[in-house]
Design a protein around this ligand. Structure first.
Ligand SMILES: *[C@@H]1O[C@H](CO)[C@@H](O)[C@H](O)[C@H]1NC(C)=O
Ligand SMILES: *[C@@H]1O[C@H](CO)[C@@H](O)[C@H](O)[C@H]1NC(C)=O
Length: 493
């Protein structure tokens, strides 16, 4: 994720003399010369491929490209690689709590990647919790009738069976995605309708609380996007028919620390792209990169750019998308997810408190809170609770934290949990995952949205990875890179 840089500023900078000119040698060269004149201290670095974004997708793409014999530079905004992996070490107990990415499913390439990084793995263990259901807007307990485990597994098995039929169309990439007229009706219908059609009632809360809540409006989105986020293979993990992993160390950040140590000086941390030139026909890119800590500039030139950040308008502003690119990304909408580790004496030790609206009472499995909402508070040990807050892209980190505080207050005022006595929620750790789960509409899908999106691969020397092109789960992104993106980039040389 990059910070918000106004499009106007970027346009002004481009107008100042770094806009595209006719041929490669002149353009990259003249761009570098212009930037050097403006930023005399700037160093110049070159690589075959520059990757922007050192989260799950970008880190993995970098390793795969290096292993394919390409030189790379990896530009990451944060002080470490890993993006939405959030590993928190409890200062008192020393226990590690992963509150961003929980576990890793096993798909093509997962085990080999861990091996490449020297990461040994184990099966995750989960604590036990007691479930409570309450409406966080009133604090009142909801008389939600949880399905029994047999019913829940039967319905999840049905979901698996249907999702598995469509898996090849969207996993690990959309390379096999059908022409608009051939898109299965199941994938276009709102997920709530799909779930009613296949009578998924008994597994709806599992689909929602596990992952679906991050979509913000799970019942309304085209089913395709539900399957993209919570696919057949994820269902198999919940059904216990497929494995999942965590690092032996119990600390997910170790994966990304291993990537950083392999890549060494090729990683530019605390760094953001502030301007760019991207040429047609794979003729290369130039990026002006600013280190947010030192204030130093680096001019990066590369033959190819791999974008591993979410393609929101604000993230893309320094890359000055043209009308072809904007025509695709302007059609995407995004939910925003914040994840925190919080604590409070009024939260019961072993509690998993789900937020459901009053309409969920008496066995209605199709009622979920309206965004923005706190998904749940879940005890994870050491007196800590994971809180997930979901909204649209106007949800700020402050507003998300305020929503969690408000939920706690409402629960206490209604007597659902003991009185807070004015003690505020402690935020032990917090991470704004920002825009996630890009989706478009049924109409856009029928107008060739995915075809248009994938047609951007290679356009202006730029290739795309990340959740907007595949799936938000790390292992799926790794499989997308391995089977689709990296071969495409390598073949373009
Ligand atoms: C993990 O997935 C790979 C690829 O699908 C498979 O070959 C391997 O057997 C799986 N490992 C386990 C333990 O299931
Ligand atoms: C499933 O939920 C729908 C929508 O609430 C409801 O109409 C239907 O009766 C439910 N089915 C079962 C078997 O409970």
């Amino acid at each position: 994720m990059l910070s918000r840089i106004s499009t106007a500023a970027v346009v002004a900078q481009i107008a100042m003399g770094v806009a595209a000119t006719p041929c490669k040698a002149t353009t990259i060269k003249s761009t570098v010369a212009a930037w050097q004149a403006k930023y005399p201290g700037a160093t110049v670095q070159s690589a075959d491929v520059v990757i922007v974004g050192g989260g799950s997708a970008g880190s993995n793409a970098a390793i795969n490209l290096v292993d394919a014999g390409k030189s790379i530079l990896l530009v990451e905004m944060q002080a470490q690689l890993g993006g939405m992996v959030n590993s928190y070490t409890d200062p008192t107990t020393g226990n590690v709590h992963d509150f961003g990415v929980a576990t890793f499913t096993n798909v093509t390439g997962t085990e080999a990647y861990f091996e490449r990084l020297g990461i040994t793995t184990k099966s995750p263990t989960f604590g036990t919790t007691t479930s409570y259901y309450a409406d966080f807007t009133t604090g009142e307990t909801i008389d939600y009738v949880a399905p029994d485990i047999t019913g829940e597994f039967a319905a999840l098995g049905t979901y698996y069976d249907v999702a598995a039929q469509y898996q090849d169309l969207l996993f690990p990439s959309y390379a096999n995605w059908p022409a608009p007229a051939d898109i299965p009706e199941d994938l276009l219908m709102p997920f709530g309708e799909f779930a009613a059609k296949y009578e998924l009632n008994d597994t709806m809360l599992l689909l929602w609380a596990g992952i679906g809540a991050g979509l913000a409006d799970m019942l309304d989105i085209p089913t395709l996007y539900m399957m993209q986020t919570f696919g057949a293979q994820t269902a198999a993990v919940f059904l216990g028919t497929d494995v999942q992993y965590v690092p032996e160390s119990g600390r997910n950040q170790d994966i990304y620390d291993a990537v950083a140590s392999i890549l060494g000086d090729a990683v530019m941390l605390n760094s953001m792209v502030t301007q760019s030139v991207r040429l047609a026909n794979n003729q290369g890119v130039a990026l002006l990169v600013k280190n947010q800590v030192s204030g130093d500039y680096t001019i990066v030139t590369a033959d190819r750019l791999v974008m591993a950040i979410e393609p929101t308008a604000s993230n893309l502003a320094p890359f000055a998308p043209d009308s072809t690119e904007s025509a695709v990304f302007d059609k995407g909408t995004w939910s925003v997810v914040n994840v925190g580790l919080v604590s409070h004496p009024s939260l019961p030790d072993d509690a998993l408190i789900y937020n459901l609206p009053a309409s969920a009472a008496n066995g209605n499995d199709f009622a979920y809170p309206e965004p923005p909402f706190v998904d749940y508070f879940e005890a994870v040990g050491d007196g800590l609770f994971q809180a997930i807050v979901v909204g649209w892209d106007d949800l700020t980190e402050d507003a998300a934290q305020a929503l969690a505080q408000d939920a706690l207050d409402k629960l206490a005022e209604a007597g659902t949990i003991p009185a807070t006595n004015g003690v505020p929620l402690t935020i032990n750790a917090w991470s704004n995952h920002g825009p996630m789960d890009m989706r478009s509409t049924k109409e856009d899908l029928q107008a060739g949205f995915i075809q248009d999106q994938y047609a951007l691969q290679g356009y202006r020397s730029t290739y795309w990875t990340g959740a907007a092109f595949s799936n938000q789960l790390s292992t799926y992104l790794w499989a997308y890179n391995l089977e689709y993106l990296v071969p495409l980039v390598v073949a373009s040389f």
